[in-house]
Design a protein around this ligand. Structure first.
Ligand SMILES: [Zn+2]
Length: 424
């Protein structure tokens, strides 16, 4: 039987199979241990069950215990919280528990781009607006590595319309709420509300934003001007000019509306800006107006509340998104341009792939039996893990690379203290 077509009603029937055969429980556990299995026991893992039943502040003593809970409860969502000072086994004392560490996390949701994207809105995503996610991923990844010195960063597609980022370096996990807020505020430059200039640059653009602008420039014309067509109608020009101070708007409007396409109108805007700048018609603080508008249309829009607090929950990788059936899979930032959310496997697809693989293997085994005098045990190799039979394999490989990075970083710092345990 083929189960290729996903709909939300079949999810409760598929999840028991998914957790039993596909969910990579061992690598998941290995990650959250960071080399010390006692740490897993103090980590909050929350489940959302069918019917929106939330089980918060759960912790599991071992990988077996965790797997058993998955097999018994088959949550439609797993969230990861903080590592606490003590075990969370006694849930009644939870109020008294102190969160000690967790990854620094970022959540970027496509709905926060609704004021700048024109192709879709709400929960919808297409290959055109996905480019906003690619830009966000590249800018953030570069900032985290080059400005903050972090190395162990996991990027995950949320399964529907956004991306998550987990910064897992030891020094990142140790940051307190104030330090997390500082990181988040530093990376949040598009302001909300009704202000005219939602991005305000200082007289000297800091290096991090110069780098962000270089990334934006690789995408701006094709992704923002052509595909989003942000100046394609008179109404869109009007929205665009909301970024310009009111008294200056007429100076731009006329030359822009002499043209038809977004690219031509953008060029007219830039040319007018340069001409008026030469004539010193602008106050000094508007000297980066072009760059501010580029960033307004393409700089990462973060839900910074997720980043700010140590014990905020974030959905775990390899969960199944209930609406789409897609698995939230890790990906590499440097290949984000090739990441296509429409090809991410659904729970149906991976379960189908296992069936197809097993059927084929059975046939091959039968053929071998008929032609060989060896016993079946001698012919058939060690049983392979079910996820390795599916298109999920390449995403688990990305996750394993991330884990290796963590171990290598630990090996480097531990080499100085010989004989020290490999906790990281
Ligand atoms: Zn779209």
């Amino acid at each position: 039987m083929s189960i290729s077509t996903y709909n939300e009603e079949i999810l409760p029937d598929l999840l028991p199979l998914y957790y039993k055969r596909v969910f990579p429980v061992a690598v998941f556990h290995k990650w959250l241990c960071y080399g010390d299995s006692a740490k897993f026991n103090r980590r909050e893992i929350s489940f959302t069950l069918v019917g929106d039943i939330y089980l918060r502040y759960q912790a599991f003593g071992s990988v077996e215990e965790f797997a058993q809970a998955l097999h018994k409860r088959f949550p439609i969502k797993i969230d990861i919280g903080a590592v606490y000072e003590e075990s969370l086994h006694m849930r009644s004392c939870v109020g008294a528990k102190t969160p000690l560490e967790r990854e620094v996390v970022f959540d970027i949701d496509m709905t926060d781009y609704d004021e700048v994207r024109t192709c879709c809105s709400g929960a919808d995503v297409c290959s055109k607006c996905w480019k906003f996610m690619a830009i966000a991923c590249k800018i953030l990844d570069a900032a985290l590595k080059e400005d903050f010195g972090f190395e162990n960063i996991l990027w995950v597609f949320s399964g529907r319309r956004g991306i998550h980022c987990w910064v897992a370096d030891k020094k990142a996990r140790a940051l307190d709420d104030n330090q997390r807020s500082a990181v988040a505020e530093n990376l949040q430059i598009v302001k909300g509300g009704q202000t005219t200039r939602k991005v305000k640059l200082p007289q000297n653009i800091p290096y991090s934003l110069q780098r962000a602008l270089r990334i934006v420039d690789q995408y701006f014309e094709k992704a923002v001007l052509v595909e989003q067509d942000i100046l394609g109608t008179n109404d869109r020009v009007k929205d665009f000019l909301q970024n310009v101070e009111e008294n200056l708007r007429p100076l731009f409007k006329e030359p822009m509306l002499k043209h038809q396409t977004s690219v031509e109108r953008w060029n007219a805007f830039q040319n007018t800006f340069q001409k008026l700048s030469k004539e010193q018609k602008f106050p000094k603080y508007l000297k980066h107006m072009v760059e501010e508008i580029k960033l307004y249309y393409s700089y990462p829009r973060l839900d910074i509340n997720v980043t700010k607090s140590l014990n905020h929950l974030l959905k775990a990788p390899f969960c199944v998104h209930p609406k789409t059936g897609k698995i939230s899979v890790p990906f590499k930032a440097k290949f984000v341009d090739n990441f296509d959310p429409s090809t991410v496997p659904t729970i149906c697809q991976v379960l189908d792939e296992i069936n197809v693989y097993d059927a084929k293997t059975k046939e091959q085994e039968k053929a071998l039996m008929e032609t060989s005098t060896q016993s079946l045990d001698e012919q058939v190799n060690v049983k392979i893990k079910d996820y390795k039979k599916t298109s999920l394999l390449k995403y688990v490989t990305v996750f394993n690379e991330f884990l290796r990075g963590l171990q290598n970083a630990a090996a480097k710092t531990n080499s100085a203290k010989k004989g020290a345990a490999m906790e990281y």
